[in-house]
Ligand binder design. Structure first.
Ligand SMILES: O=C(O)CCC(=O)C(=O)O
Ligand SMILES: [Fe+2]
Length: 134
């Protein structure tokens, strides 16, 4: 199964890939193959890490191309907040990374609001975070 260009809404995503390949990550407007390595884990930074780090860490745009060589297995573990409605937490750039010279670049966002916007927007290659940029 393939998936179109997106960044994850998580803080971090850990991927265990098989040998089939197909995962690509965007780098300087180019798509780069993530070479299959069954003895390594792929770590993707997600939107919430970019949000709390005030743009210090960037979430990765990635996609998966389907290949006709056989079925593909990828195990994804999303390190993320608990989903609404249980979670009423608000996230914003952490105070340790905000100074007068380095002001917040994102507004504070309730998980509920972020997740709602993330899924309503769909996977169109534009980060949901842009909606929360100041
Ligand atoms: O199938 C993969 O290797 C990646 C899947 C993915 O990007 C996702 O579930 O967010
Ligand atoms: Fe993803």
């Amino acid at each position: 199964m393939g998936i179109s260009s997106h960044s994850d809404s998580s803080f971090l995503t850990v991927l265990l890939q098989d040998q089939i390949g197909g995962l690509q990550v965007q780098c300087d407007n180019h798509w780069v193959d993530v070479e299959p390595n069954t003895s390594a884990l792929v770590i993707n930074m997600g939107d919430l890490l970019q949000l709390i780090s005030n743009d210090e860490f960037k979430s990765s745009q990635h996609r998966v191309l389907t290949k006709s060589i056989g079925p593909r297995v990828s195990v994804a573990c999303f390190l993320r907040q608990q989903l609404p409605p249980e979670n009423s937490r608000v996230y914003g750039p952490i105070k340790e990374l905000v100074t007068e010279e380095n002001p917040p670049v994102f507004r504070k966002t309730a998980v509920k609001e972020f997740v709602k916007y993330y899924y309503a927007k769909g996977l169109n290659g534009i980060s949901a975070l842009e909606h929360f940029r100041l």
